[in-house]
Design a protein around this ligand. Structure first.
Ligand SMILES: *Cc1c(COP(=O)(O)O)cnc(C)c1O
Length: 396
């Protein structure tokens, strides 16, 4: 595995564990137990069973005939939108909750911005009967009230964070503070391939079920497990990491990640970390992030709350500098148009995050015989209001 993490927790120059000393023992114990458990048959069988019976895996790989005709190529959609709770995030929270249970943890904490990771965490805590506290910026609580209601219905306590800009990065600081105060009893579930080692590798491992299934399903569809290209949107980068994982060492497979350009790259309203960011430290790891000249993290913007993150996982920083994957951008408007197109051509309402990946089909051209796999990371029920509001701008 040329693109695998090394013993010190780095992908090339990126990653590591830049954490307060008080968490060192915790992180070390987590790393050791995680590495042991993923080698144990009993753990993997239990995980597979839950993925099958509770999440509904394998998710279909769907040949999108009308979308394919429209773009004159062959397009396959990996239907993570059909998972329980409507997105890929549950693949990770199911894995981590099982790990927490095996480590004897009784208390789960998480932070959330849009609320999607909070809901996926509250769901698995209810499933396992574990206490769940979700830190969330006070501003985000107001903006994302349906997800706050969902978390509370599922039995989680949502804790408003009033410090700083009252958004995701402040909620993250508060979650880390909580973990420092309760290291023995508590497991911290991080929602993407970000954070200190071992999180980026662990989350990528749990999400890698996506590309494991794609290989088998594409073999059935086409007689070969390898596509021409894999396309996925990136916020922190977990659905992309999962969709890329089993193709990283297959040089013939083009890997395309799509960031949210927001209102446009040079407008100051963007979440395009690779296009606008530079290396630095965020959330306990060395990676690319959007920062001011004096190193302050800048507030990201995107129409899609799930891509509204100022950093990106260290694996992606490595794939970017090593040129293994390309990082493209789509604006709010391009994403909206792509979403409306999918609705009309295929009868699927995608999440706004996913719509950014779909927007790339307008920019990249593929050959008629190419096989393009696109990770349909989530469903658009949560985004209905936005879609309705912008409907009059549809350009068809
Ligand atoms: C959270 C979310 C994303 C972005 O997170 P990644 O870690 O980059 O995958 C993408 N799509 C959907 C549907 C989401 O809920």
């Amino acid at each position: 595995m040329k693109y695998a993490i090394d013993e010190q927790g780095y992908y090339g120059a990126f990653g590591g564990a830049y954490i307060p000393e008080m968490l060192y023992a915790n992180i070390q114990a987590l790393k050791e137990r995680y590495k042991e458990l993923i080698r144990e048959d009993a753990f993997n069988q239990e995980l597979d069973q839950l993925l099958h019976d509770y999440v509904g895996r394998p998710s279909p790989l769907y040949y999108a005939a009308r979308l394919s005709t429209h773009y004159n190529t062959r397009i396959y959609l990996k239907r993570e939108d059909l998972n329980h709770t409507g997105a890929h995030k549950i693949n990770n929270t199911i894995g981590q909750i099982l790990l927490a249970q095996k480590m004897g943890k009784r208390r789960i904490i998480a932070e959330t911005g849009a609320g999607q990771h909070g809901v996926a965490t509250a769901t698995v805590c209810a499933l396992m009967g574990l206490e769940c506290k979700v830190y969330m910026g006070a501003k985000d609580i107001l903006r994302q009230s349906p997800n706050v209601a969902r978390m509370r219905l599922l039995g989680a306590e949502v804790i408003p964070v009033h410090s700083g800009s009252e958004t995701l990065k402040d909620a993250t600081n508060e979650a880390i503070r909580d973990w420092i105060s309760h290291p023995e009893t508590t497991h911290y579930i991080i929602g993407s391939v970000v954070g200190p080692d071992p999180y980026p590798d662990m989350v990528a491992h749990f999400q890698s079920v996506i590309s494991k299934e794609i290989r088998v399903q594409l073999q059935q569809h086409t007689g070969s497990p390898l596509p021409t290209a894999v396309i996925a949107c990136v916020g922190g980068g977990s659905n992309a990491a999962g969709a890329f994982h089993h193709f990283l060492d297959e040089a013939s497979v083009q890997l395309i990640a799509v960031e949210a350009a927001g209102k446009g790259l040079d407008t100051g309203y963007t979440a395009a970390t690779m296009a606008q960011g530079s290396p630095g430290l965020i959330h306990g790891s060395r990676t690319y992030l959007m920062q001011s000249p004096d190193g302050q993290i800048t507030e990201p913007y995107s129409i899609s709350a799930g891509l509204d993150y100022p950093g990106i996982g260290p694996l992606h920083a490595h794939l970017y500098v090593s040129k293994r994957a390309s990082y493209l951008q789509a604006t709010d408007d391009e994403a909206l148009q792509a979403a409306y197109r999918l609705m009309r051509l295929e009868g699927i309402i995608p999440a706004l995050e996913t719509a950014h990946a779909l927007a790339v089909l307008e920019k990249e051209s593929f050959m008629p015989d190419d096989k393009v796999v696109l990770c349909l990371s989530g469903r658009g029920d949560k985004d209905l209001e936005t879609y309705i509001k912008h409907k009059d701008d549809e350009q068809d």
